[in-house]
Design a protein around this ligand. Structure first.
Ligand code: NAD
Length: 366
């Protein structure tokens, strides 16, 4: 029996290609993994009547670790995002998104090594919304007016922003522990507590409380607009940043932009027991089946997964091999070339070949 059984959801669009490339390089590290391959998304709707069938969720619950390619959420149909549903269904409350600059990546910035930890279940992304003009919405408006004395235009739509002590405590405890486990020095709480006193104000207060439990890690906080400016001016001042859902979504893309773009941004959705690894990018349908997408974000998600399951050496070797391919500059996809039409760009599977060759050439991390 293999040492680890891991659920692999290939995804759709470019998902098949990037997850196949990631699987090949993870296997090439020598980590003893049995893959429990489960299909989900639009492609299975006809067969199972839904994009995330119960047996896929059961597989993740059973194996506790999963890696997933991106899944398309069609715009303007009844199907809600499978990605958001998965995070909610499995209570994956912390989304860890590291953004690190590797030598050879073209970017305005160098030496960037940031981690966004995004609360994944609450805030304006909780999915509690009231559509403009509906009876329930008008009832909510009446209730708010009665309770606050403040008027809301009757032709408003409303999204609710819940922020709980429980949700805030657990994401900050997770973040501080993650910082310790990964040798980081500082945690910054990001918020808009000056304006949203009862949600982000609570978030900041709880962050300050939790920080006292971890005196070995430096702690500070930033208002989100200032944070956005500081990230583009002096990203080297920051380390691990913990954000409510919406700010985390936006600023983790900003951080990805600092280090070369979405093709290099990995992520881990983590709960108390389960972790689901995935790239930050989506299914880029226009590139599906063309063998052009950059698989490195998926590979680096695999690196995070290997470290999570205790295969630290394999994770370190995989990161070193990816870094050497980037530094070499030849075996990289179009998005990493100075010119997007550069004919010397290689395909998704060739990047996997190059990373495997590096793993074989230097079997010890350095
Ligand atoms: P996207 O990330 O799929 O693509 C945006 C653009 O970024 C692409 O057109 C491409 O130019 C570039 N890009 C993205 N990944 C790349 C890669 N690996 N290599 C090279 N270039 C890459 O974002 P989108 O177009 O907004 O979304 C497309 C679909 O993906 C939507 O249905 C969306 O819902 C879904 N999505 C899924 C996830 C997920 O599965 N977690 C995340 C985001 C978006």
């Amino acid at each position: 029996m293999a040492r680890h059984t891991i659920t692999l959801i290939p995804g759709d669009g470019i998902g098949y290609e990037v997850s196949q490339a990631a699987r090949r390089v993870i296997d090439a590290t020598g980590a003893d993994i049995e893959w429990d391959v489960q299909n989900a998304g639009l492609d299975v709707v006809e067969q199972y009547g839904q994009p995330m069938p119960d047996h896929v969720l059961e597989s993740i619950r059973r194996n506790k670790v999963a890696i997933k390619g991106p899944l398309t959420t069609p715009i303007g149909t009844g199907i809600r995002s499978v990605n958001v549903a998965l995070r909610r269904e499995l209570d994956l409350f912390a989304l860890v998104r590291p953004t690190k600059w590797y030598p050879g990546v073209r970017s305005r910035y160098q030496e960037v090594d940031l981690v966004v930890i995004r609360e994944n279940t609450e805030d304006l992304y909780a999915g509690i919304e009231f559509a403009e003009g509906e009876e329930g919405t008008l009832e909510v408006i009446d209730t708010i007016e009665r309770l606050t004395g403040r008027s809301i235009r009757r032709d408003s739509g409303i999204s609710i922003k819940p922020t709980s002590i429980t949700g805030t405590q657990r994401v900050f405890r997770f973040a501080f522990q993650w910082a310790i486990d990964n040798g980081r020095r500082k945690v910054t709480a990001v918020h808009k507590a000056n304006i949203m006193k009862h949600t982000d104000g609570l978030w900041l207060r709880i962050a300050q409380d939790v920080a006292k439990e971890f005196p070995q890690i430096e702690f500070d906080d930033r208002i989100v607009d200032n944070m956005a400016m500081q990230l583009v001016q002096k990203p080297e001042l920051y380390d691990v940043m913990v954000m409510p859902n919406l700010f985390g979504d936006i600023l983790s893309d900003l951080c990805a932009g600092l280090v070369g773009g979405l093709g290099l941004a990995p992520g881990a959705n983590t709960g108390d027991e389960i972790a689901l690894f995935e790239a930050t990018h989506g299914s880029a349908p226009k590139y599906a089946g063309k063998n052009v997408a950059n698989p490195m974000a998926m590979m680096l998600s695999g690196m995070m997964m290997l470290r999570h399951i205790g295969e630290k050496d394999a994770g370190d070797r995989l990161e070193a091999a990816v870094a050497r391919v980037i530094a070499g500059g030849a075996q990289v996809t179009y998005d990493m070339k100075p010119n997007r039409d550069d004919p010397s760009a290689v395909g998704t599977s060739q990047v996997a070949d190059a990373v495997i060759a590096e793993l074989e050439r230097a079997p010890v991390a350095r």
